[in-house]
Design a protein around this ligand. Structure first.
Ligand code: NAD
Length: 486
């Protein structure tokens, strides 16, 4: 059994303790991940602190070249990384091969370009009067983006290397150094990233990875005096604990948290366009078993179309093959763990107890081994009940009817979350106006497709700050103002 090591200061750093990482489809151990002790986290932070001064002063073109080479090297490792990512995440082969690695490659490539984006915002010269403070005259000024310092990147399971690349690549491009703490469930490919970045020319200490099975390593990192910023992707409850702890030492935070996406289906959707609605909402089942923060997990349908949409979704769910993720015909693989499956099942049981209608799914598939859950559609759900309020993070869609646009907006906005909503309508102008009423960081009109250059993040308890494109780059900077007499 392969024992993985932390990556600290440009070296594989063997750990004293390890814990098993489980393939969610086979329930077999696929590798032993390091269980970080405090001194190992200390060593990673010290390495990043020490490396900061030099890395932050490298020429942007040099940083761009390193990140570009990292993209090439990462892509070249597909043969060993894709199977590893597939095994540790339980993703279907199609998702593993087309998204788990290529999207991470794209992120390194994107932020290689980011490193050479302008970092200086010139401001118009301003005549100022003499004051008791200083002489008057014409003052020149500029605002310059500077790196924040040592960034702790703490990530969720589901797309481990993509999640980490979405933080580390812009942070490094901006001249920061990084200590990464991937999720306990699927950290193995992330532990190989250090080697790749080193081969790409990244100096030792600039990027470090530590792992652990529980909250301890992350918690310790968040409280560490040597860390300047926490970039976190994960649940809202953990995000709140992190924000509280980070606030004590005024660390900068970027928080990408949970979601409970609403897909509003207006009464002007034509029969032909309903297929698009079904495919979009059905992505909650077909895409990584619903373990996606942006999934449209609540479908709010105008009463005139309600039964039609529910029937369409039911038929779609019943066509989806569930099973071994390495079988090319499989659409739905397992959930990440037995604990996650329990959580999903308890949400379904709660909905059933509260009188909702389980249209399809709702029972555990007869498949062993593996942590499988069936695609589940729950109709006639009351908006205030737990299954319509809380993030399930599994293949569960709830359907809720509405009569007026006002009612749809009230239901859509009626959770603690505000990450990603969707509007389906035959009238793009009407959908656009409705989008303006949604308290959500992102709105898709007639699509669940993502645009990588848009600012990505949440309103309300879905987070603070923005990833994505140049917005994501700026998230890892502090603005410094410089003024001078001209
Ligand atoms: P989680 O919150 O349980 O864990 C996330 C990370 O935080 C892990 O690395 C974990 O070890 C670490 N952690 C746990 N407790 C900690 C603590 N007290 N201090 C510091 N670190 C701690 O989330 P998860 O179960 O891995 O992932 C699912 C969640 O992530 C869902 O809520 C999902 O919506 C969210 N998510 C959000 C986005 C986004 O971009 N908004 C993307 C993917 C996932």
């Amino acid at each position: 059994m392969k024992r993985y090591a932390h990556w600290i200061n440009g070296r594989h750093q063997p750990a004293q303790d390890h814990y098993p990482v489980i393939n969610p489809a086979t329930e077999q151990v696929i590798g032993l991940a390091p269980e970080a002790a405090r001194d190992e986290v200390d060593a990673a932070v010290t390495a990043a602190r020490t490396a900061f001064e030099r890395w932050s002063r490298t020429a942007p073109r040099e940083r761009a070249a390193v990140l570009d080479r990292a993209a090439d090297l990462l892509a070249a490792r597909a043969k060993d990384l894709v199977p590893l990512l597939q095994a540790e995440t339980g993703a279907t082969m199609r998702v593993a091969a087309t998204m788990q690695l290529p999207t991470a490659v794209e992120r390194f490539r994107r932020y290689a370009r980011g490193a050479i984006e302008p970092d200086t915002i010139p401001l118009a010269p301003l005549p100022v009067k003499a004051s008791p403070l200083a002489a008057g005259g014409l003052l020149g000024a500029a605002a310059i983006r500077r790196p924040v310092g040592v960034v702790a990147c703490i990530t969720s399971y589901n797309f481990p290397v993509v999640n980490l690349a979405g933080k580390a690549a812009p942070a490094l491009a901006m001249g920061n150094t990084v200590v990464a703490k991937p999720a306990p469930q699927d950290p193995l490919a992330c532990l190989l990233l250090g080697d790749i970045l080193q081969q790409a020319g990244l100096p030792d200490g600039v990027f470090n990875v530590v792992t652990g099975s529980g909250a301890t390593a992350g918690e310790y990192l968040v409280g560490h005096r040597g860390v300047d910023m926490i970039s976190f992707t994960g649940s809202t409850s953990v995000g709140k604990a992190i924000a509280e702890s980070a606030g004590r030492s005024m660390k900068r935070t970027l928080m990408e948290l949970g979601g409970k996406g609403a897909a509003i289906v207006l009464d002007d959707v034509t029969d032909g366009a309903l297929k698009n609605v079904v495919g979009g909402v059905g992505s909650t089942w077909s895409f990584h078993c619903g373990q996606i923060c942006t999934a449209p997990t609540r479908v709010l349908v105008h009463r005139a179309l309600y039964e039609k949409v529910v029937t369409g979704l039911q038929r779609y769910a019943e066509t989806l093959t569930i099973g071994d993720p390495v079988d090319n015909s499989t659409i739905i693989g397992p959930l990440i763990s037995a604990a996650q499956r329990d959580r999903v099942e308890s949400h379904i049981a709660g909905a059933r107890d509260q009188g909702a209608r389980i249209v399809t799914g709702g029972t555990r598939p007869d498949l062993k081994p593996g942590f499988y859950a069936a695609p589940t559609l729950i109709a006639d759900v009351r908006p205030e009940t737990a299954v319509a309020q809380e993030e399930v993070f599994g293949p569960v869609v709830v359907a809720i009817p509405f009569d007026t646009e006002d009612e749809a907006v009230e239901i859509a906005n009626g959770t603690a979350y505000g990450l990603y909503d969707y509007v389906f309508s035959g009238d793009a102008g009407r959908a656009w106006r409705l989008a303006g009423r949604l308290r959500s960081g992102n709105v898709g009109i007639n699509t669940v497709q993502r645009h990588p250059e848009t600012p990505f993040g949440g309103f309300k308890e879905s987070g603070v700050g923005r990833d994505g494109g140049s917005f994501g780059l700026h998230a890892y900077s502090e603005l410094q103002s410089v003024v001078w007499p001209s």
